[in-house]
Design a protein around this ligand. Sequence first.
Ligand SMILES: C[S@@+](CC[C@H](N)C(=O)[O-])C[C@H]1O[C@@H](n2cnc3c(N)ncnc32)[C@H](O)[C@@H]1O
Length: 354
Amino acid sequence: MAALSSGGQIALAFVGGFLAALLVMAVVAFSFLRSSDAYGLGHWKLNAKMPLSTMWMNLGYWTNAKGEPIHDFEEACSTLLRNILDRAGILNQPGGRPQQPPRSLAVLDLGFGCGDQTFELVRLTRPERGWDAFRYVGLTLSRVQIQAARRCVAREQLLAAADNGPDADSFQLFCADAARPGTWDERTRAAVEALADERYAERWLLALDCLYHFKPSRRPVFEYAARRLRANSMAFDLVLNENASFGDKLRMRAVGVMMGCPVDTFLTEKEYLDQLVECGYDRESSTISDISEHVFSGVSGFIDSQERALSQYSVTLGGYKLAGRLFEWFGRSKVVKAVIVVARTREDADLSSS
Ligand SMILES: C[S@@+](CC[C@H](N)C(=O)[O-])C[C@H]1O[C@@H](n2cnc3c(N)ncnc32)[C@H](O)[C@@H]1O
């Protein structure tokens, strides 16, 4: 009898809990339907076209080939990639290089983001541009970004399949700390080391707007690329202006720490070049080109205009607004320079001078 009554109590508590949950759900639904937002502008979420066509995230190069300003984020980000490839001598024109043999390319791409640069590279190294072999390994720290990149690659591959696109084995994406080659698991290491295959006459490390995050420093991966893969390096990076005031340099170090970078991540041009040489790159044929005038004012102006556009839908850019102010300060104070780095291994430099 006692057991029956405790069973009844449990059932009663269960029904009570269920009814309470129903009540809460009803209150939430009621307040949502009565809220002004249901017929405000919140339904932009329903109108946004998914999936987003790109998910680039770099500082961009905000001037086009005709010298006109760029106003579009996707265009600025992909133009930055093209500028890096161009300075590295990889950007063949459509139609290839008349009278020249086809070229073969292996790329180790660090911090590849959500896959946009992966496919941009695939497009730019197609046979009609004079390339007959392409192999690509991408490394990123972010699990959510690798998932987004895999979706992007699968989508693009479907589109490219009809158009004789590259085979799926020619590019591989891994979640790994690119700054610390010693931590790579066996699969990642094997895929990266396969890039050293001599079938790929041109081997490159690519780092598009990520090296200043690398802990403990850029050194281990530069050394690995130069000595183990015999790969040249091309990158977009930030270098400290040796003429900046002591106060600005100090502020810049604090900004770096706030961004989660090592405290000494921002090197002057000379320190950067010395580090490349110590890692196995050739001083004479390596270049660091200042492109600040095409970067900082463009990206900070774009962030302002995007904030204004989004505010019409009551959406705010949040933390990106602070980033915009910082980029504006970088441009105005010239405390750091936005640069394209192209470094050739000593062996490659020897070959090109012989
Ligand atoms: C500014 S985003 C650039 C993304 C991409 N390159 C683009 O242009 O859209 C920096 C990227 O570097 C990646 N990253 C930072 N540190 C890394 C590390 N140690 N290893 C691998 N990826 C890293 C981040 O996950 C992020 O995707």
